[in-house]
Design a protein around this ligand. Structure first.
Ligand SMILES: Cc1cc2nc3c(=O)[nH]c(=O)nc-3n(C[C@H](O)[C@H](O)[C@H](O)COP(=O)(O)O)c2cc1C
Length: 205
């Protein structure tokens, strides 16, 4: 019998009719169809302040970090903003610095599926930015990615996906994330390359 995995989706824009949120939902539907328990965290609902260590940490940031730490795999979906991810999406991920001191740190041993939407055809720029972020957070980005182009044509004005082919590709991406998560479970890995001792001040970051 297949092992149960939990997949957490993080993303969407601050727009009520966010296409990147719809794309995230479709990918999570694919993960659910592969037997995963899924949860969608919309950046708009998180409503996190800009990251700073100089004010009290909001409870929502702790909750978000705990949820990200507790899952087996993630799917990220951001709109493409000026050749990268949106600021609100990046800010949410910056709060995952709260996981720096955990053992293992950050998102170690978690596969992450990468999705973007774009007004034009440059959505891979956002996906590639996510790839850098994933590595910084010790996650494993899944090779199958999807940059949904021409978001105005691919989605209804209310943000709902209307392109069946894209919907199928997002489902496949969700299924691939679940497959990768099961590989990690089978491996039972808990070892990780701890590079924190290489920080200049020896601090766990
Ligand atoms: C500030 C801003 C910057 C954008 N930059 C790009 C871009 O560099 N390339 C592109 O293809 N689309 C760009 N777009 C269009 C968005 O990627 C597109 O509308 C996206 O689907 C919006 O996602 P959402 O529906 O989740 O809000 C930009 C939109 C905004 C608001």
């Amino acid at each position: 019998m297949a092992m149960r995995v939990k997949v957490v989706g993080v993303g969407g824009s601050l727009r009520a009719e966010s296409t990147s949120r719809s794309a995230l939902q479709a990918a999570l539907d694919g993960a659910a169809a592969s037997g995963a328990d899924v949860q969608l965290i919309w950046v708009r609902d998180l409503a996190l302040p800009f990251y700073t260590a100089e004010r009290a940490i909001p409870a929502a940031a702790h909750q978000f970090a705990d949820t990200a730490y507790g899952c087996d795999a993630l799917i990220w979906s951001s709109p493409t903003y000026h050749g990268s991810v949106s600021g609100s999406f990046k800010n949410a991920l910056d709060w995952l610095i709260l996981l720096a001191g955990r053992t293992p740190p950050y998102l170690s041993n978690k596969p992450v599926g990468l999705v973007s939407t774009a007004g034009g055809v440059q959505g891979l720029q956002a996906v590639n930015s996510m790839d850098f972020i994933a590595r910084a957070l010790r996650a494993w980005s899944v090779p199958l990615v999807l940059a949904v182009p021409h978001s105005r044509q691919s989605f209804d004005p209310d943000g709902k996906l209307r392109d069946e082919a894209i919907s199928a590709q997002l489902h496949a991406l969700g299924a691939e994330v679940v497959r990768a998560a099961r590989q990690f479970q089978t491996e039972g890995t808990c070892d990780y390359a701890d590079d924190r001792q290489f920080q200049p001040d020896g601090a766990a970051r």
